[in-house]
Design a protein around this ligand. Structure first.
Ligand code: FAD
Length: 435
């Protein structure tokens, strides 16, 4: 029979974050029932499960993954890995996406997660409800999760807690560009970019020079496209291939269909490619009811970027940006489980709200733009280690940070070739000895 004392956790999504949540829940079988992992596709891996299709699928759902055919990781496997689950030693540091997918399948296999995943099952709503259990006096929040399987059968179940692991690189963010309807060429977002060949010989304006914008520009230049890399960042100073020229950001499309940039210059183009990031989208949640404000690329308040102060049994895993994703998920999941187990006590709702407000205010005062408030970057180490210290699990090895920073430097100097380097992890102790 079901042990009523065991907490029941629903996990939305079987990408890296959902698998990580399931793995840690399963390892705490004294406190938690096996998780129920809902996955709308028929595979684990999420983003890493390459899908050549674009647009809407037969079941009416949009394609989830934004992976492109020739993507190689931009982090070496040594810092990408879950700290307790290395990639295979014979693999090089920077991997084609297929290897990451294989790694996640291996992770799933070796932690026996698969039996707990309901594939082809979409979570349609997650709602907080007040319940009182027999023998308890106080009301507490439980979660009503409604899902529907591939034959359309709906089911509503109750859980003590929900981990939202549905990813945030699926819903294209497209900035408003006055006159865009006049553009005569093809418009697409990197979400629907798969490979470069169709763009051979074409002139392409790529908007945005973050990881995808830069990477895709290099792929396009490689097949002989003429790329204008348009962005509002400081001018890129490292050498770019001949096929790529930089320009200021796109301001508008003129009546005749030419693209006008901020500096006043204009150009004709065959393709306008948005590499402008993604929106948060949780169609199964009522954000207002949860007291969380979700706008395009920002959501708040979330205490420790993880939990809505008003509902401390709902956890969003992996919403921060510019991080080492898998190590970050691993910390967040362990912290969240410590909260559920009661070994970490969260501050009161008001205190959590105050702290979030204070933190965001400090960042805004430092000049961080609103849409960048979830970028951790240099703050990620302190963030992860604070979670680890509070919940009493191992800190991230310092050598991960050193390697991450080294790779970041190499990427600035050799954007085309940094992935040819191979690294070997050494212990923190060795690192201290040689420095
Ligand atoms: P996802 O992988 O998106 O998984 C979410 C899962 O939830 C999916 O399987 C989806 O089907 C499911 N789901 C969504 N909604 C529902 C629902 N309503 N019901 C049921 N299931 C649902 N990270 C790195 O570490 N290194 C890299 O080199 C790197 N490169 C990247 C390149 C690209 C192009 C992109 C887009 C991302 C890259 N990342 C990289 C970041 C990457 O997103 C993370 O590594 C990680 O895969 C995110 O995992 P996730 O579980 O949060 O989300």
């Amino acid at each position: 029979g079901v042990d009523l004392m065991l907490q029941r956790v629903a996990v939305v999504g079987a990408g890296a974050a959902g698998l990580c949540a399931a793995r840690h829940i399963l390892s705490r079988s004294g406190r938690f029932a096996p998780p129920v992992v809902f996955e709308l596709s028929e595979n684990v891996g999420g983003t890493w499960c390459y899908d050549e299709r674009v647009g809407k699928l037969d079941n009416g759902l949009p394609v989830h993954s934004s992976m492109y055919r020739d993507l190689r990781t931009n982090l070496p496997k040594e810092v990408m890995m879950f700290p307790d689950f290395p990639f295979e030693p014979q693999l090089s540091s920077f991997l084609p996406h297929q290897e990451v997918q294989r790694y996640l399948e291996r992770y799933c296999q070796s932690h026996s997660i698969r039996p707990h995943i309901r594939f082809n099952t979409v979570v349609e709503s997650v709602k907080p409800v007040n319940v009182t259990t027999e023998g308890e006096v106080e009301e507490r929040t439980a979660w009503e999760v409604t899902s529907s399987d591939s034959s359309g059968h709906q089911k509503t179940e109750m859980f003590d807690s929900v981990f939202v692991c549905s990813g945030h690189y699926s819903d294209p963010h497209i900035p408003l560009i006055p006159g865009i309807e006049n553009f005569k060429g093809k418009v697409l977002h990197s979400h629907s970019y798969r490979f470069a060949e169709p763009f051979a010989g074409q002139s392409v304006v790529v908007l945005g020079a973050k990881a995808s914008g830069l990477d895709i520009s290099l792929e396009l230049a490689n097949v002989g496209a003429q790329v204008t890399l348009s962005h509002r960042r400081p001018r890129i100073t490292f050498p770019l291939p001949d096929g790529i020229q930089q320009s200021s950001s796109v301001e508008a499309v003129e009546d005749d269909g030419r693209i006008r940039f901020q500096d006043g210059s204009v150009t004709e183009a065959d393709v306008l490619m948005f590499c402008t990031g993604y929106n948060f989208r949780f169609p199964f949640l009522d954000a207002a009811q949860l007291g969380v404000d979700i706008q395009d690329q920002m959501m708040s308040p979330l205490y420790r970027f993880l939990v809505p102060p008003a509902f401390p049994s709902l956890f969003f895993i992996g919403i921060c940006k510019i991080i080492c994703p898998f190590p970050n998920f691993n910390c967040q999941v362990q912290f969240a489980l410590a909260v559920l187990e009661g070994s970490v006590t969260l501050p009161s709702r008001v205190q959590m709200e105050d702290e979030v407000r204070r933190e965001l205010q400090e960042k805004l005062e430092r000049g961080v733009q609103h849409r960048h408030l979830l970028i951790l970057d240099q703050d990620q180490w302190e963030y992860c280690n604070t979670l680890a210290r509070t919940a009493g699990f191992p800190l991230l090895p310092m050598v991960i940070r050193s390697l991450y920073e080294e790779v970041w430097r190499q990427r600035q100097i050799h954007p085309k070739n940094y992935r040819k380097l191979n690294y070997r992890l050494i212990s923190d102790l060795e690192w201290e000895l040689i420095n």
